[in-house]
Structures are given as structure tokens and as C-alpha cells.
Design a protein around this ligand. Sequence first.
Ligand SMILES: NC(=O)C1=CN([C@@H]2O[C@H](COP(=O)(O)OP(=O)(O)OC[C@H]3O[C@@H](n4cnc5c(N)ncnc54)[C@H](OP(=O)(O)O)[C@@H]3O)[C@@H](O)[C@H]2O)[C@@H](O)CC1
Ligand SMILES: [K+]
Length: 484
Amino acid sequence: MRTAYSVETVRTAERELMARLPEGALMQRAAAGLAAACADLLGRVYGSRVVLLVGSGDNGGDALYAGARLARRGAGVSAVLLAPERAHPGGLAALRRAGGGVAADGGAAGRLIERADLVVDGIVGIGGKGGLRPDAESLARAAARSRAAVVAVDLPSGIDADTGEVHGAALPADLTVTFGTHKPGLLVDPAREYAGSVRLVDIGLALPGDAAVLEALQHADAARLLPVPGAESDKYRRGVVGIAAGSARYPGAAVLAVSGALRGGAGAVRYVGPAGDAVIARFPETLVSDRGPKRAGRVQAWVVGPGAGDDAATVAEVVAADVPVLIDADGLRLVDVGAVRARTAPTLLTPHAGEAAALLGVSREEVEAARLSSARELAARYRATVLLKGSTTLVAAPDGGPVRANATGTSWLATAGSGDVLSGLAGSLLASGLPARDAGSVAAYLHGLAGRHAADGAPVGAHDVAEALPGVWRDVREEGRAGV
Ligand SMILES: NC(=O)C1=CN([C@@H]2O[C@H](COP(=O)(O)OP(=O)(O)OC[C@H]3O[C@@H](n4cnc5c(N)ncnc54)[C@H](OP(=O)(O)O)[C@@H]3O)[C@@H](O)[C@H]2O)[C@@H](O)CC1
Ligand SMILES: [K+]
């Protein structure tokens, strides 16, 4: 499991460790890891041109010490100091001793950045507040214009480490070298988009397992959670998922939700609604009922809402069922908050940003800008687990605890009907017994990978994503078992 901790927790762990180590040891560990990552990126260090953007805190100190290491290996290293009188003195001395220089003025800085192979962003790290200030912003613009690769020290400068929000300008990186642990901002959009790929350097911080703010499943975690039928399993023990979706106008939503549900581990899929003929024509193994959710027969979890049109009565009937319920799409518009809050069985809501905005009474842009707090707020208001879709999907549970972030997706997944496949898949995992947080995060994980496999760099339809699910499931199980 990849985990991320708040700045406050990192600071506490840092203090405890610093008290036990010789002065400066921690920064040397960080700088060594940073220099190694820069060297890997450069390929050939000797003769390369490196520019360090150095702020007034320890983030700048890391950059200076790493720059000194690169200079000792033959790189031409120059530092651009944002606050010359406050630049880390030890780091600056080390750089000078190693033969590195300091840009004389803004003009020189611009020219150095223009010709650089690598820009190291040590403007600000976990001590940052708000977006970049004007002097830092103009350096960021110069770095963006140049052909240099950008390596962010600990975090891309200008992002909010704890929330993943970006208030003002920030400096996009090709690689972020982060110390001790991931920070939430490296896993949550929009900040995540600034980070590029992320390399974690172990500096020996001891972080309390129960204090993680964010988690991201890896293959082994997803593999561990995938339901496996035992020898005694019949279709009822494996779970029956009920799909109450589709309408005369949108029969396709029903077909796609069923297509996801059939690949999600439940023993059987029961369909209830007006699109039974379309469902049966495509998936003859579906149990179709036209008697409404209450009288449809045994179901261990329901999915309601995709393509449901204005059928509020069906939504209300499903929400009244005493089994796990997933509410998606039109269902989110039609559902009564009080009825959801009153439920005792788990509820999983799966809005995209626009639907989440409508539920919260804010604009879509506000949700996109503050995804972590939006997901948490919705989970608290509805007393439900919330899966907020997006390029990084977030799954927040109502009892607090770490939010799960999923980054397996691809922008090709932003295609009509892809959400219907996801809700069928997650509902199926709920029916096979996974708790809502696991069902949502495993579904997002598999769905994202299936999107990637199906797309492989080209546009895909939602049915392609559903068809790619069994292959992805196999890969995750096999690679997860092999510890990948
Ligand atoms: N934690 C660990 O275990 C380890 C941490 N290490 C490293 O230390 C880093 C944290 O260092 P830190 O505490 O000195 O803060 P840091 O991020 O350098 O910034 C503070 C300075 O930035 C300024 N500033 C603020 N906002 C700004 C903005 N928007 N735009 C521009 N400037 C802004 C602010 O200026 P002021 O407000 O005072 O004018 C202040 O002086 C951490 O990220 C990691 O790299 C490793 O060395 C070892 C292990
Ligand atoms: K930085």
C-alpha cells in the first residue's frame, strides 16, 4: 500500500529522528537521494548543465547539497537564490566548495535556465503557503519555456502538500523526489498533475501506521482483496448483485452496468427495470425480473441509478433495502439525503465532479479544485462511502480514516457509459462481501487498468473496458501474488 501523511505528522516524525541523529544528517540523506535521482534522469552527469532554484528554507538546502554532489561529479551547477541572505548557509558553502556558482542577477538566471539540461526546484517544500510568489513565478515560467527536465525537491513548489489544491501558480515537474513518505498533494489532483513521476527516498522517518491520510492500492493490495470462490461456493454464497438501472430511453446504461457486474465476482446478476430485453439479448446469463426491486428475489447488494431517468420510486425502493447499495448517476439526483443517512447497511455513492457539485450545492470547478475535502464532506453529509470519479478517483468513508486515491485510470476512460461499467463492477464486489471502501477502491483500480489495456493509446468504448476486466483481474492476481 502506498501511504501519504500530513505535513504535521511528517514534522513530528522529523523532530523525533533529528533528535537522535547528528546535526544535518537528515538533510544529507535527502540530498543524496535527490542527487542520485537527478543523475539517473540526466544519464550522463559529467558536462551536464544544472540550475538550482533555491528558496529560503530547507527545501533550498536540499537542492544546494544535491547540487554540490552533482558538481563533484563534473556537472556545471549554478544556483539561483530567491532570497540570497536567507539561503541555507551550509548548503551554499558546500556548493561553492564543489565548484558550483551563483547567478548574479535575474538576467543571468534566465539565461542559465534557458540553456540548462536540468532544473532542480528547491523553491519551497512542506513549509510552503499558497501559490508561488511573483519572483518565483517568473523563474517557473522560464523553466517551463526551457527544454530542461525539471526535478521537484520533495514537492512541486506552489502546490498544497496536505490537500492537493493549487492556489495560484505552481512549477510542474517531470519527476518529484519526495522524502520519508508521500504527501497527500502528490496523489490528489490538481496538484498531482504537477508532480510528474514520483520517487520516494527513505530517510528513516518512523510514521505511525494509523495516521495515514491517504492510501493508494498497489497490485498486491488489490490482489489480496479480490474475492475468490471457495470449493463450497454456489452462486448465492458468491453473492447476487441486483442492477436497477436503464430506462426505455437509456437501455444501454443497463447493459453496461450488467457487463461490469458480470465481471466483478458476484455469483449472479439480477436485473430489474424496463431494459430487460436489451440486457438478455446481450447477456443471457442475467436473471431478469420485471417485478421491481422489492419482489425481485434474493440480492446481496444493489446498484441503482445508471440511466434511470426520473424513476424516483425505484431509487427509493432500493435505498430502503437492508443490504449494501451503490447509488450512481440519475440515482444521485433522485435520492433523498435523509433516507440515505437513515440506512444501516453500507451505502456507496459514485458521483463524478458535476454530480458531487450538485449534491454539495457548489460549482463543478469548486469540486475539481478541492477534491479531497469535497469527497470527505459528501461522505459526512450522506453518512456514506463516496467514490469521487476523476483522473485520480478518491474513495472516502464516512467514519474518517484514510481516503483511498486511485491513479490507474486514463483520460480515455472519460467516455460515455464507462461509469455504468464501474458501478456494476463495484456493486458486484459489494455483493461478494467487500466493505464499501474496498469495493469502491478495488473497482476503481481494476476499471482504470482495464481502461488502459483496452485503450492502449487509442479511443475506447465502455464495452471494451468491461471486456478487458477479466484479463486485468488475472494480471492483478498473478502479479500481486508475485509481489509486483
Ligand atoms: N521533513 C523532513 O523530514 C525533512 C525535510 N527536508 C526538507 O525540508 C523542507 C521543509 O523545509 P522548511 O521547513 O524550511 O520549509 P520550506 O518548504 O523550505 O519553505 C519555507 C520557506 O519558503 C518560503 N515560502 C513559503 N511559501 C512560499 C511560496 N508560496 N512561494 C515561495 N516561497 C515560499 C518561506 O518564506 P517566508 O514566508 O519566511 O518569507 C520559508 O522561508 C522539506 O520540504 C524538505 O525538502 C529534508 O531536508 C530532510 C528531511
Ligand atoms: K520544491
